[in-house]
Each structure stands twice: as structure tokens, then as C-alpha cells.
Design a binder for this molecule. Structure first.
Ligand code: ATP
Length: 286
């Protein structure tokens, strides 16, 4: 085999709580992660030239060694002692700097793709150990699906899939730095914590209302203050029939959970008409 393709799926957070800031600067989190049907596609080709060459259909992102795809490929080739190089082509669809873990998903797909391409035989756990050194969300992206994520993101517990529904995802035309949001979060004096345990119970019971009643993300306290458009999109989605709406990750992407696909499509049109977001997707959970 000298080439392989992998899809890298985006995630949303149905719940995101920050428990504390650790002395080393990392935050301890408790998050419910959910893979959604928006994905990048990565194609890997073995090359006789050593090194990693990245090309893509997107001119916003660097193709250099700072791209997480190059970092992940470099790390895996180094760990495994592979002398050949690799050419990667990225078809980018996941909104960038959006709170949907696009970079982490690409890094995870790179680790999985190269593990197969070079028949390295690493287990999922071994890839997760390599991945966490590059980013806290990468271990989750390697596993996908629905999961509780604790620690700094590396302690993962698989959960059953929530009931199917229609998801509306809207990314306003602003870029939010995850670093800025965490630096401005007063993690030790938060007035509110989402009911993550209650949400897990609702997921296990297949109770969609129990899930939508408990949507919560403490990072909204920082991002919404800076970008009121996030609240405007949430309000519009709820007015248009969403059972719940929330910002994902550090934002600015907002998702709404609908039981009526037509209502979700109408809300998507309204968001476009009011120019609240340029990137809008009507999609679902994976
Ligand atoms: P998270 O939800 O994990 O915080 P995010 O969705 O907020 O992530 P990303 O799309 O992963 O943000 O991008 C964050 C930054 O990472 C980008 O601004 C970009 O500079 C850098 N980056 C490096 N590699 C990639 C990649 N393959 N795809 C997207 N961003 C990348």
C-alpha cells in the first residue's frame, strides 16, 4: 500500500466545565464530547524523499512545520524510525479556530493514517499517548463518538450515542484563540457549573430533553462578553425551534439541537439572511 485516505471528524461539546487551573497552567476539565458529521479528508502518499510535504485546498492555514498534521507525522515517523517521507493533501471543511477541534482531528487522522500506511502496529492507546503530547483533544479525536473527557482531556470514558436529532452549526466570521479564552477564565471562582453528571445520566437513558436541558459551557463567560453575536445566534436558534443551543469549545461556533429538520433548515436561512455567520451546516451526530 502506498497511499491511504482518512476522514477527520469535528467535535462539539454538549457540556464543558472547568474544575480548576493547575499550577502548571493546564486546566482540569470535565467535558462531554460528541463527533459530528463535518469532516476534513486527508490523503497520505509514501515518498522516497525524507520529510513531510503538506498541500491543501485552503489558504488560511500554514503548510509548514507548525501545522498539526506535520507535527503529528513528524512525531510518528521519528518514534517508529521510518526513513521514508510522506506527502499529505488536506481537504479542509471544518471551520478553523472555531472550537470544533479541527487541528486535533487532523492530527488524529494523521496518526491513524500513517499507522496503517506504514503498518506500524501501534494500538489506539499507544497513539493516544503520542497524540496527547501534541494537544489535549487529540486522544479523544483518535477514539471519536460520544465520550466524557477529564483530566486535561486525556482521561476518556466512552458513552453511548445520544438519540439522533438534527444539528445546526453556525460559525460566526470571527476567530477565537483557545489560549486567550482559557487565560481570561476565572476558573477558581466560576458562579455556575453545568450539570455534567446529569447529562451523562440523560445520555445513558437516551433522553434528548434531559440532554438539551443541561447544555452548558463555562467558556461562554469569556467569549460571549467579547462577541455578542454568539448570544444572538443562540437566541435565533431557540426562537426557530431549537431544543437547546450552546457555544462549542472555546467558540465562536454555536450549535443548536433540533428534533424538526425543517425548523433547523429555516433557522439556517435566517442566520444567513441576518448575516450572523458565513459558515452554516445542517448536520447530525456521528
Ligand atoms: P480546539 O477546539 O481544539 O480548541 P479549534 O477548533 O478552536 O480547536 P483549530 O481549528 O484546531 O481550532 O485551530 C486552532 C489553530 O491551530 C489555528 O488557528 C491554526 O493556526 C492551528 N492549526 C495547526 N494545524 C491546523 C490544522 N491542521 N487545522 C486547523 N488548524 C490548525
Amino acid at each position: 500500500m502506498d497511499n491511504i485516505s482518512k476522514n477527520a471528524y469535528a467535535k462539539i461539546n454538549l457540556g464543558l466545565d472547568v474544575l480548576k487551573r493547575r499550577p502548571d497552567g493546564y486546566h482540569e476539565v470535565k467535558m462531554v464530547m460528541q463527533t459530528v458529521d463535518i469532516y476534513d479528508t486527508l490523503t497520505f502518499n509514501v515518498s522516497d524523499q525524507p520529510g513531510i510535504v503538506l498541500n491543501m485546498d485552503n489558504n488560511e492555514l500554514s503548510t509548514g512545520s507548525d501545522n498539526l498534521i506535520c507535527k503529528a507525522a513528524g512525531k510518528l515517523l521519528e518514534e517508529s524510525g521510518i526513513k521514508q517521507g510522506v506527502e499529505v493533501f488536506l481537504e479542509k471543511r471544518i471551520p478553523v479556530a472555531a472550537g470544533m477541534a479541527g487541528g486535533s482531528a487532523d492530527a488524529a487522522a494523521t496518526l491513524l493514517g500513517l499507522n496503517e500506511l506504514f503498518e506500524l502496529g501501534y494500538s489506539l492507546e499507544e497513539l493516544q499517548k503520542i497524540g496527547v503530547k501534541l494537544g489535549a483533544d487529540i486522544p479523544y479525536c483518535l477514539m471519536g463518538g460520544t465520550a466524557l473527557s477529564e483530566g486535561i482531556g486525556e482521561v476518556l470514558t466512552k458513552l453511548p450515542s445520544p438519540p439522533q436529532c438534527t444539528l445546526l452549526i453556525a460559525k460566526p466570521d470571527i476567530n477565537v484563540s483557545t489560549k486567550y479564552v482559557y487565560e481570561n477564565l476565572h476558573a477558581d471562582s466560576l458562579a455556575y457549573h453545568p450539570d455534567i453528571d446529569g447529562m451523562i445520566a440523560a445520555i445513558k437513558e437516551g433522553d434528548l430533553s434531559g440532554i438539551t436541558d443541561r447544555l452548558g459551557n463555562v467558556l461562554e463567560t469569556v467569549t460571549v462578553r467579547e462577541y455578542p453575536v454568539i448570544n444572538e445566534i443562540k437566541t435565533l436558534m431557540k426562537d426557530e425551534g431549537a431544543k437547546g443551543a450552546l457555544m462549542s469549545g472555546s467558540g465562536p461556533t454555536v450549535f443548536g439541537i433540533f428534533t424538526d429538520a425543517k425548523a433547523a433548515k429555516n433557522a439556517a436561512k435566517e442566520i444567513a439572511i441576518e448575516e450572523l455567520a458565513k459558515q452554516v451546516f445542517v448536520t447530525g451526530f456521528i
